[in-house]
Design a protein around this ligand. Structure first.
Ligand code: NAD
Length: 385
């Protein structure tokens, strides 16, 4: 692997002996362009997971654990591959000294997420000896990360004072800064007063973001597959609502995807009536070339792996030698605005899409090791935290 700054196994781990009863199996999956992709199974807990490490040139791979009842193993693998690659680029742009990784557990988070399943997954992460550091993601809460922590220290984002907690509010703040950047680019002022902003998804990030948008004076149009949640926030913020099959077609200044990926595609692009897209969802473009199609339509796109780096910047901060400082994370996240403005300028100069400009910048940093980690990460939390 590209980075040698891995931690030695945690000698403080107080395993109960449960690990020795586990029947963990690792099967390598060879994928071009990826350093390590492994299928992990454990029979007694029913664990079936994939850990994908895309690139560790700049530091150990860091990325969330998604728990989802994928229809097929191939669908889960595709998700893990796309998400881990995205993490490599996100980390490179954010200059956090980490590489790209992601894991998926194939399970229904509502019915199959047991303590045994999470602990078996934690034992698998531990076996990778720090090459991969996990965190919460869709279907996996910070409480679940706490359970995973019982088996491995290679986790971030625990609900504890020595850890950084829920990354959602930090992602929301970075997304707000990204929305301000597209508005600045379109109207020469970052003010959101009176701007029509359509938000798809009112979950962990989306619900926090709409609060910022409300107080900034935006006119909100909201959508969520959960009707109770939708009505709750529509009433709270006096917002309009749109059905889930209409939100992408709403006429607005900024469309803000905060739900699933792949929503910008051949079917949806012709129907878009927004001037810009700036949201936190990962992998918003179904394919890279959809960024150019957006550009041809005159729609400004804030690359997802740049605008949604707030959560990463926050969790990465807790691994600094001197411990977690929320203010430092906040100030770095604030600069997502400037990073995005620079990317729009590069894209204009090079006559390319903003997505291509951001990818080129990330690839340059990886090629020349710009922002490479100099000291190993420090894990300040304990299994009891
Ligand atoms: P979440 O699961 O808490 O919220 C997602 C919300 O979207 C839910 O309310 C869900 O009901 C809704 N939803 C799902 N499909 C929908 C649809 N078709 N139309 C409308 N609403 C729909 O997730 P989250 O943590 O808020 O993350 C949202 C997105 O941002 C995900 O793509 C995630 O990967 C990405 N992201 C999150 C973070 C973070 O810090 N949580 C960081 C970076 C990226």
């Amino acid at each position: 692997m590209g980075n040698q700054l891995l931690e030695s196994p945690n000698k403080q781990l107080n395993l109960t002996g449960e690990e020795s009863h586990m029947n963990l199996r690792f099967e390598d999956i060879a994928v071009d362009g990826y350093e390590k992709v492994v299928k992990v199974t454990e029979s007694s807990s029913g664990l079936v997971a994939i850990i994908a490490i895309h690139n560790t040139v700049l530091g150990p791979a860091l990325g969330g654990t998604r728990i989802q009842p994928y229809a097929t193993f191939e669908a889960a693998l595709e998700d893990a591959l796309r998400l881990s690659k995205g993490m490599t680029y996100k980390s490179a742009i954010a200059e956090v000294g980490f590489g790209g990784g992601k894991s998926v557990i194939i399970a229904d988070p509502k019915t199959q997420k047991t303590r045994e399943l999470l602990r078996a997954f934690g034992a698998a992460v531990e076996k990778l000896n720090g090459a991969y550091i996990c965190a919460e993601d869709m279907g996996c809460t910070t409480e679940d990360v706490k359970t995973i922590r019982q088996m491995t220290k290679y986790v971030v984002g625990l609900p504890h004072e020595k850890s950084s907690g829920d990354p959602g509010p930090f992602t929301a703040w970075g997304t707000l800064r990204g929305i301000q950047s597209v508005v600045k680019q379109l109207y020469s002022s970052e003010s959101l007063e009176g701007k029509k902003i359509a938000v798809q998804g009112l979950g962990n990030v989306g619900s926090c973001l709409i609060d910022h948008l409300f107080w900034a004076g935006a006119e909100l149009i909201l959508s969520d597959i959960d009707p109770v949640r939708l009505q709750k926030y529509a009433a709270k913020y006096h917002a309009k609502t749109a059905p889930i099959d209409q939100i992408l077609k709403v006429e607005c200044d900024v469309l803000v995807p905060c739900a699933a990926g792949g929503i910008i595609n051949d079917q949806t692009i012709p129907e878009l009536r927004c001037k810009a897209i700036a949201g936190c969802s990962n992998n918003q473009l179904l394919r890279d070339n959809h960024a150019q199609v957006l550009r041809d339509r005159g729609i400004l796109y804030a690359p997802d792996f740049v605008i949604n780096a707030g959560g990463l910047l926050n969790v990465a901060q807790e691994l600094e030698e001197d411990g977690y400082k929320a203010k430092v994370a906040r100030d770095k996240i604030h600069n997502i605005y400037d990073t995005l403005l620079a990317i729009y300028e590069i894209a204009d100069k090079n006559n390319e899409s903003t997505h291509e400009a951001a990818l080129s910048l990330a690839e340059y940093r990886i090629k020349y090791s710009v922002g490479k980690r100099q000291v190993p990460p420090t894990f300040h939390h304990s299994a009891e935290s």
